[in-house]
Design a binder for this molecule. Structure first.
Ligand SMILES: NC(=O)c1ccc[n+]([C@@H]2O[C@H](COP(=O)([O-])OP(=O)(O)OC[C@H]3O[C@@H](n4cnc5c(N)ncnc54)[C@H](OP(=O)(O)O)[C@@H]3O)[C@@H](O)[C@H]2O)c1
Length: 275
């Protein structure tokens, strides 16, 4: 199989639909190397957050890859303690400093809790957008009501809602609401943090394609129009996930995955809006 190139990666409203996650990629040298390896493999979308403590390493990896900055779609997130108007502006400035960039393609509200206030928080995000510090506004872990409120309060279009999404948490309601509101869905934990490898349905389909269960989950998400940001540390996993772009599932295989009834939520803090 020839490895897909960055041009083979579909885009959703300009956002590359396969990106690299970096949560818990904490060793700075390792994290920079993962980011560089991903960019050299063809990835053009990198996901981080203030919470992950690795923004400096992510920025370093981007510089090491020697890829034009404008070709990289870089996303980070503000923590929920920093969502008042003043704190959001200050934290966004810190994010740019830590990453060593002049602007971001996407800045998310990480969770709708803590100091999140739709009026104040989006006032800050609109200002960041007007100042050219962020190209797009994002939300994360928002459910139906939260998405509707966000759209009412934000004068800048909201590009994406990043939520946990995989075959054991297909997020039909979030996906339907997002489609109604013209918001893209970005799947975090798209490999269910490893649980995809224990699913007979996914490993069965993988075997039929000489693929991995990770690739099957990522191909299924792509079929649903969902962007995915699997976290991978070393070259082997980074390339395996990238090669999911070359895997096409049949309608029968997609239906088999759709029929999975096991429900598993991997990221479930008390402050999640579903709790
Ligand atoms: N917005 C939010 O609240 C939120 C919450 C959670 C995550 N996220 C974002 O979403 C990203 C992805 O989610 P996640 O990290 O929770 O989980 P994930 O991507 O579902 O799974 C990551 C795990 O799968 C392993 N893996 C990756 N590719 C593999 C492959 N091809 N074969 C075998 N194992 C493989 C990784 O191992 P190695 O590391 O050893 O490669 C890691 O242990 C995060 O890194 C973060 O950027 C956002």
């Amino acid at each position: 199989m020839t490895q897909p190139t960055s041009d083979d990666c579909p885009r959703a409203n300009g956002m590359p639909m396969l990106g690299l996650g970096t949560w818990q990629n904490e060793d700075p040298d390792q994290c920079a190397e993962s980011v560089r390896t991903a960019l050299e493999t063809g990835y053009r979308h990198i996901d981080t957050a203030d919470l992950y403590g690795n923004e400096a390493a992510v920025g370093e990896g981007i510089r090491q890859a020697e890829i034009d900055r404008e070709d990289v779609f870089l996303a980070t997130k503000l923590w929920h303690t920093d969502l008042s108007y003043e704190d959001a502006i200050a934290s966004a400035e810190e994010r740019l400093d830590a990453l060593g960039v002049d602007s971001l393609e996407l800045l998310y509200i990480h969770w709708p809790t803590g100091s999140y206030d739709p009026t104040e928080t989006f006032r800050a995000f609109e200002e960041l957008h007007d100042r050219g510090m962020i190209e797009h506004v994002g939300i994360s872990n928002f459910e139906r009501d939260g998405m509707e409120t966000a759209v009412e309060h934000c004068d800048v279009p909201i590009l994406a809602n990043q939520v946990e999404c995989h075959p054991f948490l297909p997020q039909e309601d979030v996906r339907a609401t997002a489609a109604e509101l013209d918001i893209e869905v970005v799947a975090y934990s798209p490999l269910a943090r490893g649980a995809v490898f224990d699913s007979e349905v996914l490993t069965d389909i993988a075997d039929a394609h000489d693929a991995s269960a990770a690739q099957v989950s990522l191909a299924w998400l792509r079929e649903k129009g969902v962007t995915a940001i699997p976290k991978a540390t070393g070259r082997e996993h980074i390339e395996d996930n990238w090669n999911a772009l070359a895997l096409d599932l049949s309608d029968a295989e997609i239906a088999r995955i759709d029929a999975i009834e096991d429900v598993e939520r991997e990221v479930d803090p008390d402050f999640g809006p579903w709790n």
